[in-house]
Write a protein that binds this ligand. Structure first.
Ligand SMILES: Cc1cc2nc3c(=O)[nH]c(=O)nc-3n(C[C@H](O)[C@H](O)[C@H](O)COP(=O)(O)OP(=O)(O)OC[C@H]3O[C@@H](n4cnc5c(N)ncnc54)[C@H](O)[C@@H]3O)c2cc1C
Length: 309
């Protein structure tokens, strides 16, 4: 689509539409065969809540849209078996909100879903679309990272599983090949004395675009004091992409939950972040918030597990 400003007296704007092909197969295998031989001009569309606004802003200009929204039988599910939780890529944010699976130690998912957009968006926005959009403000990505999630990527040639932490390689950049579709997000259920929590700050109370969002999966030893593991994920650990705060996690391992531990971990986190400023907030402010959130997340998780808070 192109815009021309006419030189005419009314100075009208003329919109020239370029052809946009929409392919809506009813079978996943058809879809995979279709993208097998297409180039990068094909964009997968699930619900379009991220893709369509980006097309309208001309940030991307695909010539073909591959609509996968009909594959709900194959790709919309929340399944738990053998200690693993599996979410089909077409699972919606409302599905997450309504599932009792996220009442307990996985409540970070419920919290992220609650703070997500507005009901109209939540009803259609998909888990797969959130992960593949690879935007730094997405709500589900840090939560899935804290849970050490893996992604099942399918193509006409087969499938591969990659850790989410390796999937996003730059701002809006992933390792997804043009011939692949994300089919599933999965993770091992946290074992033992574990809990997850999520915090998000934006500049308004509804339709919040995250300025800082941070997730924690905390596991305590049997003494309910000592930290066995603390996986922290947030934006801007290395550049403008969501990632794990590895050094802070390492620091916390084996330490007792206490004000002193938290204060030291906050310093490690601040030193680990690679912060930049933008129109939503300064790097310094983000660093402050990230540290406050770390304290809050550790306290909330520890309290839920039954440890010190
Ligand atoms: C008003 C509004 C409010 C929003 N609020 C929030 C919010 O609070 N939090 C938040 O995180 N996001 C928010 N978003 C962004 C968006 O809703 C989410 O990212 C959503 O999860 C995207 O899902 P979708 O199904 O609409 O993806 P789409 O828009 O269809 O796709 C998004 C991207 O992923 C790719 N894609 C989608 N599915 C697959 C797949 N299975 N395999 C391969 N590639 C795929 C597409 O090609 C595209 O690049 C908001 C958007 C709007 C319009």
């Amino acid at each position: 689509m192109k815009f021309f400003n006419s030189e005419g007296p009314l100075s009208r704007q003329t919109v020239v539409m370029s052809a946009l092909e929409l392919y809506s197969p009813t079978d996943l295998n058809d879809a995979l065969r279709f993208i097998e031989h297409k180039d990068g001009k094909v964009a997968v569309i699930a619900s379009g809540t991220d893709l369509i606004p980006r097309m309208r802003k001309r940030q991307i200009s695909p010539s073909v849209l591959l609509d996968i929204s009909a594959f709900t039988e194959d790709l919309r599910y929340i399944r738990q078996a053998g200690g693993t939780l599996r979410l089909g890529a077409l699972t919606t944010v409302t599905d997450l909100l309504e599932s009792p699976t996220f009442d307990g130690e996985l409540s970070a998912i419920r919290e992220a879903a609650t703070l997500f957009g507005a009901p109209q968006v939540r009803n259609v926005a998909t888990v797969g679309g959130n992960v593949c959009s690879a935007a730094s403000s997405e709500d589900l990505i840090p939560v899935f990272m804290a849970l050490d999630a893996s992604l099942k990527l399918v193509s006409a040639k087969g499938e591969r599983t990659v850790p989410l932490r390796d999937f996003i390689v730059g701002k809006r950049e992933t390792i997804l090949k043009t011939s692949e579709i994300l089919a599933e997000v999965s993770f091992r259920l946290p074992e033992g004395h574990s809990w997850t929590a999520y915090e998000k700050l934006g500049r308004r109370n509804m339709l919040i675009i995250a300025m800082v969002n941070e997730a924690l999966c905390l596991t305590l030893e049997d003494d309910l004091r000592t930290i066995r593991s603390a996986r922290i994920a947030l934006n801007r650990v290395s550049g403008k992409i969501p990632s794990l705060a590895v050094r802070t996690s390492e620091f916390l391992k084996g330490k007792g939950v206490s004000d002193e531990t938290v204060a030291q971990a906050q310093k490690v986190l601040a030193s680990e972040l690679s912060l930049t400023s933008d129109f939503r907030g300064s790097g310094a402010y983000r660093a402050e918030v990230a540290q406050v959130y770390l304290k809050r997340l550790i306290e909330r998780c520890s309290r839920q597990i039954g440890g010190p808070s």
